[in-house]
Design a protein around this ligand. Structure first.
Ligand code: NAP
Length: 259
């Protein structure tokens, strides 16, 4: 398969985030780019960006490198979620195998401000070990995939918010709230009050779409248990916003034309 007539770059965006969608929207308006977004297929009805879409794993780094070659991809963007640990390493390895430049779009993490009572954990398992000492009615926003880490906490009541219903194993005392961000501060305040939440558990996902829960917890004097981000591959060029990613992509294209 070759690039669309007139387009000079085929950009493969490894997606699953708001930023990946925004990037695809911006590139779709530029005829010099053909854009394909790749999704893992975890969410039943994802919000799809413009451009081409492919869904499902590639079969590891070699599979991704092969896909890049067959579809004549000229730019690879890792715009996966900061906690999609494996895919970021797969992207780095596939870029090395295929020789296609890789750019990682990583939104900055959150940091505590005045009035915040944050405790950090290095993993979901560590968060589960710390949680009983912090509260008994937890608002758990770490996603449905890691819920098994909290399955043995029989004395904690959980409000679990996720896009799709979580599967077993899961903690025995829980209510599931199916919802997709962005969320407003007013809604988050109301949730904390209605469910008498006394501790919030979150990944350090960063971004504005899910940040209001942190402000609501601060206002209510509720402690927050924050799971730190996993490591990312070294030596990958990073951008911290969609705009910076676009600027870097365009600058590279201009440099190439000037040579
Ligand atoms: P992961 O552990 O890093 O990846 C596991 C496997 O899923 C990868 O080895 C790959 O399979 C496949 N995969 C992951 N992202 C893919 C993509 N964009 N396109 C095609 N295949 C992909 O990832 P995860 O934590 O399960 O997350 C899966 C997806 O959900 C990611 O795209 C991520 O952006 C999104 N997401 C994750 C979180 C989170 O907290 N982890 C939150 C929000 C959104 P192969 O090795 O077979 O290629």
């Amino acid at each position: 398969m070759s690039a669309e007539p007139g387009s000079t770059h085929h950009v493969l965006i490894l997606g699953g985030t708001t930023e990946a969608r925004r990037l695809a929207e911006a590139l779709a308006e530029d005829p010099s780019y053909r854009v394909t977004t790749s999704l893992a297929g975890r969410v039943t009805s994802p919000v799809l960006p413009p451009g081409e879409i492919r869904i499902g794993g590639f079969g590891g780094p070699a599979g991704l490198a092969s896909w890049i070659g067959v579809h004549r991809v000229t730019r690879l963007i890792d715009a996966t979620h900061p906690f999609a640990e494996r895919m970021s390493f797969n992207a780095a390895e596939a870029a090395a195998l295929s020789g296609v430049p890789l750019l990682a779009l990583r939104r900055p993490g959150w940091s505590p401000g005045p009035g915040d009572a944050w405790t950090f954990a290095d993993s979901l398992a560590e968060a589960a070990a710390l949680l009983p000492g912090m509260g008994s009615r937890a608002f758990l926003t770490t996603g449905r995939m890691g819920l098994h880490s909290f399955a043995d906490l029989n004395d904690t009541w959980f409000l679990v918010r996720s896009v799709d219903p979580p599967a077993a194993p899961r903690p025995p005392r829980l209510e599931v709230l199916l919802a997709r961000g962005p969320f407003t501060l007013a809604d988050e305040r109301e949730l904390l009050t209605r469910h008498r939440i006394d501790v919030l558990v979150t990944k350090d996902s960063g971004g504005s779409a899910t940040a209001p829960k942190l402000a609501a917890a601060r206002e209510a004097g509720i402690p927050v248990l924050v799971v730190r981000r996993p490591a990312v591959p070294e030596d990958v060029v990073e951008a911290d916003s969609v705009q910076v990613t676009l600027d870097l992509l365009r600058r590279r294209a201009e440099d190439r034309r000037a040579r």
